[in-house]
Design a binder for this molecule. Sequence first.
Ligand SMILES: *Cc1c(COP(=O)(O)O)cnc(C)c1O
Length: 404
Amino acid sequence: MSFGEADSVDQSGMDGVLAGRLEDFRAAGLERRLHVADGPQGTRVVRDGRELVNFSSNDYLGLAAHPALIEAALIESRRSGFGSGASRLVSGTMRAHAELEVAIAAFKRTPAALAFSSGSAAAAGTVPALCGGGDVVILDKLSHACLVDAARACGADIRVFPHNDCGRLESHLKWAREKRPGANILVIAEAVYSMDGDTCPLDEIVALKERHGAWLLLDEAHATGVIGQGGRGLAHDWGLGERVEIRMGTLGKAVGAHGGFIAGSAVLRDYLIHRARSFVFSTAPPPPLAAAAIKGIELLQSPEGDERRRALWDNLRTMAAVLGVSAPASAILPVVLGSESSAVEASQRLLEGGVLVPAIRYPTVPKGGARLRITLSANHTREEIEKLGKIDFMPRAGMVEDAP
Ligand SMILES: *Cc1c(COP(=O)(O)O)cnc(C)c1O
């Protein structure tokens, strides 16, 4: 239902209550709509019959519509069917799932890995499996919503440190050790932050969690495929892989497929099989998805993967030059505008110019931190990137409510 139809609802029932709330969202510049794209994901999307240059996808290496992934899924469909029919612990563990987990572990250079139906499901299952009442979870302020929700759901005491502030992380660790002597302490950080595109100071975080006997969950959703040799991620790139207990990731971004994973020790995997509720109580993902993910992971580590990463980083440098900003640390380039309305206006102007860049607003980012989030792909052409530079999309003076 659209907002325009709100008048036709029964004002006394649930829809009446919800329509009122939707009106509030709209008044606050927080209206959301789904737009249907025709055709595969790529650097061009067709929306409402119009072709747009797409700077909004997390398909960083252009694998989402890669013929090899499509072929792998088709072959696996013919071999194993589509649905898995049951949860992994019942009869849903099929050959492709087992092979995917071997492939993830080999890729991440960990002894073992466990696949989940999504990255969000990996977070939702893993954090509450590891920590509960009496334990302490310490998160970066900019952690992804799925990690925040998982921390809240587990019943542990939660401490949040300002983004990348290791001083505050350390004071939380000291507090936890002193006040909860026998507790498990879990630190949660992301290799690349999804809305800011910056990396975490992983070396300092690892040193701190070791000094205070805590565990570290590192979410490599936006680093996997993009950062380091073979796209293995930040932990491997910095030589810290063996010191991070829990490496989380998604198969739905640079890998080009769908699903999530936890990579780590064999004991961790075995434990999660027993205790991660999103794993235990959910139907196994379709085997063709696992087959496509295996192919994506294989491509990431191949010469073609190296070539695509090189093209992506070239594109990122070109885009940074076009925007007049410094070289980015990841495939995500945020342009923070502040007010919700200025971000929406800038996004609208880009759309009019034929370029799709989403306005990211509360609750995805803090109120007043609205921004454009530009993401690049290896497949973008120089012309496509320069097209963005030719559009006058920044709000006119006075439009940015909190400008100096
Ligand atoms: C996308 C994302 C996830 C969730 O992964 P899905 O597979 O999309 O559920 C988790 N963490 C971060 C940082 C993400 O950006």
